[in-house]
Design a protein around this ligand. Structure first.
Ligand code: FES
Length: 122
């Protein structure tokens, strides 16, 4: 599956409490950052994580998918090689960065899993 086959990620809409937060804070964020996601009790789907299948439910963040599939850490620190994964879970620490469909440095805790996503870690 190529990047062009993936649906466009949702963006915060006017009226969303987080709309415009990036502009106000001066922090550069990917266009879908700040979109509030919530897991919904609908049929699940599959994504791949480093080439292995992982199950997800609609509205679940990639961080939640990784955690639910038994993946607790997916990065290491430059100094000391200490494990990193979900830490704050709210988009502040940037410990949870992943690459999704070729787009690097997305925060797993803030990025909604979409069917067919190809996630790479490390
Ligand atoms: S866990 Fe802290 S930014 Fe994602």
């Amino acid at each position: 599956m190529t990047t062009s086959q993936h649906p466009e990620r949702p963006r915060p809409a006017a009226g969303d409490p987080l709309h415009g937060e990036a502009e106000r804070s001066g922090v550069t964020q990917p266009p879908h950052a700040g979109h509030v996601v919530r897991a919904r009790p609908e049929p699940g789907f599959e994504i791949s994580v480093d080439g292995r299948p992982a199950t997800a439910v609609p509205g679940q963040t990639l961080g939640a998918v990784l955690y639910a599939n038994g993946i607790r850490s997916w990065r290491t620190t430059r100094i000391g090689g200490r494990p990193r994964g979900l830490f704050c879970g709210i988009g502040v620490c940037f410990d949870c960065l992943v690459t999704v469909n070729g787009e690097a440095s997305l925060r797993a805790c803030q990025t909604e899993a979409l069917p067919g996503d190809e996630v790479t870690t490390g």
